[in-house]
Write a protein that binds this ligand. Structure first.
Ligand SMILES: Nc1ncnc2c1ncn2[C@@H]1O[C@H](COP(=O)(O)OP(=O)(O)OP(=O)(O)O)[C@@H](O)[C@H]1O
Length: 326
């Protein structure tokens, strides 16, 4: 692994009444790499990603350590220290690309002003950068394109321009909160393909929040799987996909690689519902749904192991990486 651009250690996120939403979240993303943060709805992926950018709702308290770009924030109680990096060395790509733009202004002006306003580039440099990025992203006729208002963009153009807007300041870290299955699958794939090549070429690190193991496995270098606010397994994509250690990961692989539940395609889903915050089961949170659970799994919480960039939290790991039938 190359040197980590982002390190998150023991991140915990708690509500004002003490309900733990995220606990012990520990992972890193190397420069030029994509890490997929994967889990079912409510697992704590978005909160984790937002904490990294200092964008948690003010009502929530975070603790732990985040290191980025040579700096470390110990308690995340002062998110403004991290937030001010947004739009300069960090970036967030939202689920709805059209929402990235102000409907009142032409898109070209918004691309250019996003960096000129922060004095990151001169207007001339910003104009050059905007054209260069758009061309890289497959958008031609930039003179015409830059004159358009956001409502005049097609879905594909909006997706690419939102990516261009996020990439304008040459961020070192980008967080992508992945669109749900309601959005066009081809656009998601295309945006990730472009993101991947940009990360590789520029050395930017990317954290991708997703339900879709299929997409994550195609475009990410490593994966961190979240269940009930905790990491259950992480490692390089190849290692985890070829030999899942945690029964939850193995089960996901059996579920057709997606945690969305598309209405038209019937895939096996994991039996039972994911638990909600405040109702995390005792011991291993996955034990009530786990095909391999034994009595003591509900008594003691398994610790997250860390062995050569590969970790899991399970009392009965699958040494051979066999998958299970649900
Ligand atoms: N401001 C908040 N106050 C209290 N609870 C919250 C708040 N924001 C989120 N939560 C709860 O925290 C849990 C984790 O939320 P989060 O959005 O991180 O989940 P997620 O894994 O990203 O899910 P999804 O894939 O559906 O977006 C959820 O149960 C959610 O309801």
């Amino acid at each position: 692994m190359t040197s980590p651009a982002l390190q998150v250690q023991d991140l915990e996120i708690v509500t004002p009444n003490g309900t733990r939403l995220v606990s012990g979240m520990t992972f890193e993303v190397s420069a030029g790499h994509l890490l997929g943060l994967l889990g079912e709805t409510g697992a704590g992926k978005t909160l984790t990603a937002r904490a990294v950018l200092g964008l948690l709702p003010r009502t929530l308290r975070a603790s732990g350590k985040v290191s980025f770009d040579g700096r470390t924030w110990h308690a995340l109680d002062h998110p403004e220290e991290v937030t001010h990096l947004l739009g300069t060395s960090t970036g967030l790509m939202l689920q709805n690309p059209a929402a990235a733009f102000d409907p009142m202004h032409r898109v070209g002006r918004q691309l250019i002003e996003s960096v000129v306003h922060k004095r990151l580039m001169t207007r001339r440099e910003a104009t050059y950068r905007a054209r260069e990025l758009c061309e890289y992203l497959g958008l031609s006729d930039t003179d015409e394109l830059f004159q358009l208002y956001p409502h005049e963009l097609s879905g594909g153009m909006a997706q690419r321009l939102a990516l261009a807007l996020t990439l304008m300041p040459r961020p070192k870290l980008i967080v992508v909160d992945e669109p749900t299955s309601a959005l066009d699958a081809n656009l998601r794939v295309e945006a990730l393909r472009l993101l991947r090549s940009i990360a590789e070429e520029s050395g930017m690190a990317a954290l991708l929040v997703s339900h879709d193991l299929g997409l994550v496995s195609r475009y990410c270098d490593s994966i961190a799987i979240v269940y009930a606010g905790r990491l259950v397994e992480y490692g390089s994509m190849t290692a985890v996909i070829s030999a899942p250690t945690h029964p939850y990961t193995a089960t996901l692989l059996n579920c057709g690689l997606t945690l969305d539940r598309p209405s038209r395609i019937r895939l096996p889903v994991i039996a039972g519902e994911p638990p909600s915050p405040g109702n995390w089961p005792s011991g291993c949170s996955f034990h009530p749904r786990c095909p391999d659970a034994q009595d003591h799994c509900g008594d003691e919480r398994p610790l997250l192991t860390n062995d050569h960039d590969r970790g899991y939290a399970c009392h009965h790991p699958r040494r051979e990486g066999r998958t299970c039938e649900i």
